[in-house]
Design a protein around this ligand. Structure first.
Ligand code: SF4
Length: 153
């Protein structure tokens, strides 16, 4: 069964600062798990490098219903790019029949419990994570420093 994976986790330098978050244990499982790499922020048309962004007045769920926005560190509103990236990611999931997405933590796009948002708990869904979950796609969140999670892939 194919699965989506955050491109930065397999070593693609697509993070905002043009770095990556390679997890070698994941790359070793690539054949077995049929990963399809995606970077929602790039799919939304944002450049690399780019200014880091934060969700204000809510989390990714709020962004999808128009209650929250995504602003970058320059104060620019990049909400539409984040939504487009989420939609393109979902489109890809449907094309390949993916029922699972392995996503990097702490991202306002990919995170399942990202701190880059404004909620009562201080954590929330990234925009892409929110859209994939609403479409019934299972998400496995990976903290590159916390190798124990790789075991559940
Ligand atoms: S966490 Fe997601 S949006 Fe951020 S660089 Fe990795 S793949 Fe792209």
């Amino acid at each position: 069964m194919p699965a989506l994976i955050s491109s930065c986790l397999i070593g693609i330098a697509c993070r905002y600062d043009r770095s990556h978050s390679l997890v070698e244990e994941i790359v070793k499982k690539a054949q077995e798990l049929q990963f399809i790499p995606i970077c929602p922020e790039q799919l939304g048309g944002l450049p690399t490098p780019r200014s880091p962004a934060n969700i204000v007045k809510g989390d990714g769920k709020g962004v999808l219903v128009g209650h929250a926005r995504v602003l970058n560190s320059l104060g620019e509103d990049v909400t539409e790019a984040f939504i487009k990236g989420a939609q393109e990611t979902l489109k890809l999931a449907r094309i390949i029949g993916a029922k699972k997405a392995i996503l990097k933590d702490k991202s306002p796009s990919c995170g399942l419990n990202t701190p880059y948002c404004e909620t009562d708990t201080g954590y929330g869904l990234g925009v892409t994570a929110a859209l994939l979950l609403s479409a019934g796609i299972e998400i496995v969140e990976i903290n590159p420093e916390e190798k124990v999670r790789i075991g559940i892939l």
